[in-house]
Structure formats: C-alpha cells, structure tokens
Design a binder for this molecule. Structure first.
Ligand SMILES: Nc1ncnc2c1ncn2[C@@H]1O[C@H](COP(=O)(O)OP(=O)(O)O)[C@@H](O)[C@H]1O
Ligand SMILES: [Mg+2]
Length: 259
C-alpha cells in the first residue's frame, strides 16, 4: 500500500509580522508570530490587552495582509482567505433592526445559499443555542449571554471548517461566562471545526483548549506554547483540581503575572 501523505494543517503562520501607521508613527503590532491549528483542534491565543490578538485573527481571516511572513490555509500560502474562515469579531455586531432569526441567517443570505433550507436548519438548532422561542425577538431585548449565543450561532452556521472567535465572552459576567464556556464545548463537539479562540482569561483558556499560545505585550510575539492534556469532556469540577492548578500556574508564569 502506498504511504498516506500527511494532511496539510488547516492554519499555519510562519514568522508573521504586522505594523500599523498611526499619525505618521509606526506601531509594531506583531513580530515573527509562528503558530498552527490542527484539524478539529481547539487552539487559544492568550495575551494582555493590545498585544495584537485581534490583529492576528484579522490576518488569518484575510481582512489584513501580513507585512512579512506567510499564512498557509491547508498548506497553501496563496489561498484566498476571505470567505473561507468563519469569524466572530470582538463585538457581537448583531444588526439591531433584524430579528434574531434574520441575524442568524445573514451568513447564508450574503453567500447566496437557499434561505428556506437554511431557515429550517436554523430552527432545528435554536434549542442547542438556547434561543428557542426567541427567534422573532430583536437583539436589544436579549440578555448579554443570548446575544453572544445568537452571534455564535450565526458564525457556526457559516459552515466554515475554520472558525475564529475573538473574546466572545469578554463582556459577560463571571457566572454567565462559566455557563457559556461549558456550552461552547458542547456546540464545538457537534460542529467539529478547527477553532481559534482569543481570550485574556487563563482559566477559560485551560478549560476550553487543546493547546494555548501565550503572547507577550505589544509587539505581540509567541512566548510559550502549552498543551492542555486534560481529558474531555471537561467539567467545572476540573477547575479546582491539582492538574488544572498546575496549568494555571504555568500560564500565569508565562504571562509574567507571577514570578
Ligand atoms: N487598524 C489599526 N490601525 C492602527 N493601529 C491598530 C489597528 N488595529 C490595531 N492597532 C494597534 O495594534 C495593537 C494591537 O491591537 P489589537 O490587535 O486590537 O490587540 P488585542 O486584540 O490583543 O487587544 C494596538 O496597539 C492597536 O492600537
Ligand atoms: Mg482584541
């Protein structure tokens, strides 16, 4: 039998740098960032505010071009990235004049898919996203958690194999965050995408991820890559166990929060 050739990784960044010009000054946002996301992996980028996490996602999805370095999608450095990556930006960006259902259907609508089929599928998925009975509501009448679930549902329904989530729980209270992270893992288990997740919350990173990249303050560089060997399914009970605490210590040290 012929040897099976290794499948190219969904996302690879090689020595990617990016600077912005602000009022004639050059602001170096990212320097020599190399990272990868494997198939169906949950990868998290963690780092202080302003270290270039959102910029990294904008580069991966194709909204920005790197100044130096290369970005490969499935091994192809010339791949058209726009439209191939699901992306939930840092603010939920629901359209206030559209109902929950019409917000959710934005992806299929913009990409010209059959809306009747998409609506049927969305209806079936409403319970998973905790939005059953709220499909005709407008974003302003929803709780913060529901808005985030609607925005996440819209992102997942774009059906891309690679999904980028930029601090999706950043604006939520601590208790809602805990409920949402457990729920996100259930959703991910169902959709099975390659997920690149951004947070500045150490516990969230450990709880969710297969691997975590720790970033330095601006200009953002990768300081450490930490594998999270905790078994799945993950449960809240793990957070108070010794192996979780050791990983927390490891990440906090890498971030320079504790010596
Ligand atoms: N479009 C832009 N124009 C100018 N500067 C920007 C732009 N986007 C980001 N920056 C700057 O790049 C740095 C990284 O920003 P960002 O990627 O938003 O960080 P993070 O998401 O980690 O908080 C910051 O100093 C920010 O001000
Ligand atoms: Mg950001």
């Amino acid at each position: 039998m012929a040897p099976v050739s290794a499948e190219p990784l969904p996302v690879v960044l090689e020595k990617v740098s990016k600077a912005f010009r602000v009022d004639g000054r050059v602001v170096m946002a990212l320097r020599d960032v190399s990272l990868e996301a494997r198939r169906e992996e949950f990868v998290t980028l963690i780092g202080p505010s302003g270290c270039g996490k959102s910029t990294l996602l904008n580069l991966i999805c194709g909204l920005l071009k790197p100044d130096a370095g290369e970005i490969f999608l499935y091994g192809d450095p010339k791949a058209q990235r726009l439209g191939r990556v699901g992306y939930m930006p840092q603010r939920d960006l629901l359209l206030p004049w559209r109902s929950v259902m019409d917000n959710i259907l934005l992806g299929p609508e913009v990409s010209g898919r059959d809306l009747t089929a998409a609506r049927k599928e969305a209806r079936q998925l409403l319970p998973l996203f905790g939005l059953d009975g709220f499909e005709n509501h407008y974003p302003a009448t929803l709780s913060g958690g529901m808005r985030q679930r609607a925005a996440l549902m819209r992102t997942f329904l774009c059906k891309q194999e690679i999904v980028l989530l930029d601090e999706p729980f950043g604006a939520l209270d601590a208790l809602t965050r805990r409920i949402m992270r457990r729920w996100l893992l259930d959703v991910w288990a169902q959709f099975r995408q390659t997920l690149i997740f951004v947070t500045h919350d150490v516990d969230e990173a450990i709880f969710l991820s297969d691997r975590v990249y720790v970033m330095s303050p601006r200009p953002g560089t990768i300081l450490r890559e930490v594998t999270i060997p905790l078994p799945r399914p993950r449960s809240e009970r793990m957070v108070s166990q010794a192996d979780f605490a050791a990983l927390r210590q490891d990440l906090l040290q890498a971030l320079g929060v504790i010596p």
